[in-house]
Write a protein that binds this ligand. Structure first.
Ligand code: DHB
Length: 509
């Protein structure tokens, strides 16, 4: 019989994603084994490429779950023959780091063959359990993100990570916040620790992910080397190395979760029907009316957003303060509109006919105005208020913020006090550790220098305010940010890989 305090310590450690004291563990080596590979041939646009595949490497000394805490590394064969590919050598090649996290679920690492581009349906969406995102949306077309990256001469490393439903053999949850991020950070540390032994330049790691995976990508970029994660990394036996990265590619990052409910209602208040659909909500249903209670919740949440926005003290690149009045109007709303207008302009310039949209005005080939409320009605509401911290605990985020022994919790004051199920509220530190906004440029933190963020203009999984806030906070602190809201794109990622890889090449060459 173990003394109670040891048991409690074990449980506490588990609740924080730390390895239990009483677990039997094997020690895994953290040294990259250059001779343990398989040669694979991948076909990209009709050309065969030979690669070396180093697969299923356990990336921490003391894993909790070897189904997910594993890393796949792919290297163009040419680098072993002294070749130069796309201007890169074995020493200078960037390391592209895509994750397949979706819906805050556990994820396997990507492979060179199984992950067609264009997630949903491609990169990042393995078959999932109930509540998880389905496969197949958007179609499985084209070569995989990994294969295309390899054809550009990048080394590709993709790590798996635990997720909100991951349990150990005892039924203890091991993947609640911040486990997925800690896992990906541990994999980054493995790459940095082995930089000399491996092809690729670990000072040029570019992370990539979509939705919850985009959240992970932006968290990797925001939180580099921050001490908050240190105890959890230590407990796993992560490699003794840093975990900051060079650049972030994030598609529709589902982030800033404790403010996302208010942001959603700032945008969608007044749209009183919703249509589910999209990865987290099952198949499309016909429009359903909000209940009077939900309409009231929407108004209460919308009213919380201006105070949050104003507290951030954000500015446009020209130095104009971004603010909102009590009704949610003001320069920040105009700024979000400007991103939508820029997106429409790009669509117009590429020959798209936008005259069907009466809420857009243009003259002489220039988009001159946008009726934001009408545009939002065109977007349609997808989620019911509160969009993330559901009052009945039914959201994926409620489950992400559970503990070792509690599956689902609230994570905002609003939903904890309006709960219909009297559920407990998550430890604020675990909510904070999954929000990149707190970490951008913080003391002791190495935030990635370069950011490319994409969020489709028709993506209503979260408010358009969320990517604009992220980009603006980064820009205001001096990081280089490229944010676009691609025209009419629904919730998806990796749909513009040629442009993404051009951006990477611009940074790395
Ligand atoms: C994802 C989508 C959501 O709407 C959400 O709330 C969380 C995650 C996703 O696609 O990963």
């Amino acid at each position: 019989m173990k003394p109670m305090h040891v048991l409690f310590a074990g449980l506490f450690a588990l609740s924080a994603g730390i390895t239990p004291l009483f677990a039997q563990q094997k020690n895994y080596s953290l040294d990259f084994k250059g001779d343990k590979y398989e040669t694979q041939t991948i076909s990209i646009n009709g050309t065969d490429h030979k690669i070396r595949a180093f697969e299923r490497i356990v990336y921490v000394r003391n894993p909790v779950d070897t189904t997910f805490q594993i890393l796949n590394i792919y290297v163009p064969e040419g680098y072993f023959n002294g070749e130069t590919i796309n201007g890169y050598t074995a020493r200078t090649a960037p390391i592209f780091f895509p994750n397949r996290v979706g819906g805050y679920m556990a994820a396997q690492p990507a492979t060179a063959t199984n992950t067609p581009a264009g997630r949903p349906g491609g990169n990042g969406m393995p078959p999932q359990g109930p509540g998880g995102p389905p496969n197949g949306m958007g179609g499985n077309r084209g070569p995989s993100t990994v294969a295309l990256a390899l054809s550009k001469g990048y080394v590709v490393a993709s790590a798996g990570a635990r997720g909100r439903m991951t349990k150990d053999a005892q039924g203890i949850y091991t993947g609640k916040s911040p486990a997925a991020l800690v896992d990906l950070k541990a994999a980054i540390r493995y790459l940095k620790y082995n930089d000399k032994a491996m092809p690729g330049d670990a000072n040029k790691i570019i992370s990539n992910g979509t939705s919850a995976g985009g959240a992970m990508s932006s968290l990797l970029g925001a939180t580099g080397n921050n001490n908050d994660y240190e105890p959890y990394l230590n407990a796993l036996g992560a490699a003794p190395a840093k975990d900051d990265i060079f650049a972030v590619s994030a598609y529709c990052p589902i982030i800033n979760l404790e403010n996302a409910d208010a942001a959603y209602e700032w945008q969608f208040n007044g749209v009183n029907t919703y249509r589910r659909g999209g990865p987290m909500q099952g198949s499309n249903t016909a429009g359903t009316d909000l209940t009077p209670e939900q309409i009231s919740v929407s108004a209460q949440l919308k009213a919380l957003f201006p105070a949050y926005l104003n507290s951030l003290n954000l500015k446009t690149p020209n130095g104009q303060r971004l603010s909102l009045d009590n009704n949610g109007n003001g320069s920040f709303k105009e700024y979000v509109k400007a991103y939508v207008i820029a997106s429409a302009q790009k669509a117009l310039d590429s020959g798209k006919d936008l005259s069907v949209h009466s809420w857009l005005t243009s003259s002489g080939g220039k988009v001159t105005g946008l009726d934001f409320d009408a545009f939002v009605r065109y977007q349609e509401r997808m989620k019911t208020p509160p969009a993330f911290d559901a009052l009945d605990l039914t959201s994926p985020e409620n489950q992400e913020f559970g503990t070792a022994t509690i599956d689902k919790q609230h994570f905002t004051a609003f939903s904890a006090s309006h709960s219909t199920v009297q559920a407990p509220r998550a430890d604020e530190q675990f909510v904070r550790m999954l929000n990149p906004m707190y970490y951008i440029g913080a003391a002791g933190t190495q935030t990635a220098k370069h950011w490319r963020i994409r969020h489709g203009s028709k993506d209503k999984d979260t408010s358009l305010a969320i990517p604009v806030l992220l980009a603006t906070a980064l820009q205001n602190k001096g990081y280089s940010v490229n944010l676009e809201l691609p025209w009419d794109r629904p919730h998806s990622g990796d749909y513009d890989l040629d442009e993404l890889f051009q951006w990477v090449d611009q940074l790395c060459k």
